[in-house]
Design a protein around this ligand. Structure first.
Ligand SMILES: Cc1ncc(COP(=O)(O)O)c(C=O)c1O
Length: 375
């Protein structure tokens, strides 16, 4: 029987060579040159001037918020349908996450509902490019400008995605990426913030490394509370090898995503995320939303069928408005978030590794198709 995991990392370039070099030369902490090389190359890949590598995507968000001066009493608007890390990072600063439901087609933040959530305390909008599908950055930039708000893109899932030809990560004051093992580019665990403005670059470098004085002889005097969010040279060695292949890996994910969509196009009741005009979705996770009435089976039965046949899946995020942690933190968890609730209830990820074979995708789609037809 087949065994298709939901995702495996694809390490097909200079990863071994660079990691071995870091090991052999003894540069295994954050002081090695791979960190700088990876930062430069990844920032360039994102159409940005600067990158600051950190140890995961969650702290990357926290670093970005800190560098922008987000503090207790502030509010940050973000999509209700996102991974909990987006909200937790806001909580770490003492600011309050404020939720906006997802758009029913793109599954990204519903840009038409952002303005109704803005208050005098709002300081920033954090769009999240869900599953690799870019948000409408024109509209978000318009709202941010009108209300004088920062934009922090959570691009954890969207390496290389573009909006009107411009890379995600380059639309905001500071953007953040994750390099967890299931991401299109990975370092195992890792993250990076990217930006165009040198002042934010300096702030991120400063807070990331315990607020040691920047570019000065090391003295142990610290004027602010800092963090140790450093990435090791070993992780950065993997990252540099990955970024060298970024376009190739991106095309592989896009091709897989297109094939899934093509093969399931005529299966009634199976819905894919829609891209807005101008958005290139990099297909991080091939996610389907079931309309159980039309499909004829519920999600649980289809998942059980896939698992019985060796296909692994993952459930989707539970909306932020349903998270006890955020309710206890003082977030406003009232209100209705029907699109998010529907995604949580009826959606799940299909296998999505970059190097998934066409045969495997056809096998998965065939199972979904035949299950509907009860063949
Ligand atoms: C949207 C989003 N933001 C933030 C993160 C956090 O990244 P990490 O797991 O590297 O901390 C993730 C992780 O998958 C994510 O999907």
């Amino acid at each position: 029987m087949k065994n298709i995991p939901v995702c495996t990392p694809f390490l097909n370039g200079n990863e071994n060579k660079y990691v071995a070099d870091a090991m052999e030369t003894g540069w295994i902490s954050s002081a090695g040159h791979y960190v700088k090389d990876f930062e430069e190359q990844f920032a360039k890949y994102c159409d940005c001037n600067y990158g600051v590598a950190v140890c995961n995507g969650t702290v990357a968000l926290h670093l970005a918020l800190t560098a922008l001066g987000i503090k207790p009493g502030d509010e940050v608007i973000l999509p209700d349908f996102t991974m909990i890390a987006s909200a937790f990072a806001i909580c770490y600063t003492g600011a309050k996450p404020v939720f906006v439901d997802a758009d029913k087609d793109t599954w990204n933040i519903d840009v038409n509902k952002i303005e109704e959530k803005i208050t005098p305390r709002t300081k920033a909008i954090m769009p999240v490019h869900i599953f690799g599908n870019p948000c409408n950055m024109d509209e978000i930039a318009r709202i941010a400008k009108k209300h004088n708000l920062f934009i922090i893109e959570d691009a954890a899932e969207a390496h290389g995605a573009t909006w009107n030809g411009q890379k995600v990560g380059s639309f905001s004051d500071i953007a953040s990426f994750s390099f967890f093992a299931n991401k299109n580019l990975t370092t195992g665990e890792g993250g990076m913030v990217v930006m165009r403005d040198e002042k934010y670059y300096d702030k991120c470098r400063y807070f990331k490394n315990m607020c040691f004085p920047l570019d000065a002889p090391r003295i142990y005097e610290h004027n602010d509370i800092g963090f140790n969010y450093r990435m090791s040279n070993l992780h950065a060695a993997i990252g540099l090898a990955q970024v060298e292949k970024a376009d190739e890996y991106k095309q592989m994910r896009i091709k897989n995503h297109e094939l899934y969509k093509k093969l399931l196009a005529d299966v009634d009741g199976v819905i894919f995320q829609r891209e807005e005009q101008g958005a290139i979705n990099v297909g991080w996770m091939n996610t389907i939303l079931l309309n159980p009435t039309v499909y004829g089976h519920n999600k649980e039965d289809l998942i059980a069928h896939l698992k019985e046949n060796g296909v692994d899946i993952r459930l989707l995020f539970t909306g932020l408005h349903r998270q006890k942690s955020l309710l206890n933190f003082g977030c406003d968890c009232g209100g209705e978030y029907p699109v998010t609730d529907n995604l949580t209830q009826n959606g799940f990820y299909l296998p999505s590794a970059s190097n998934l074979s066409e045969d495997d995708i056809m096998y998965v789609c065939d199972l979904i198709k035949k299950f509907r037809d009860n063949v």
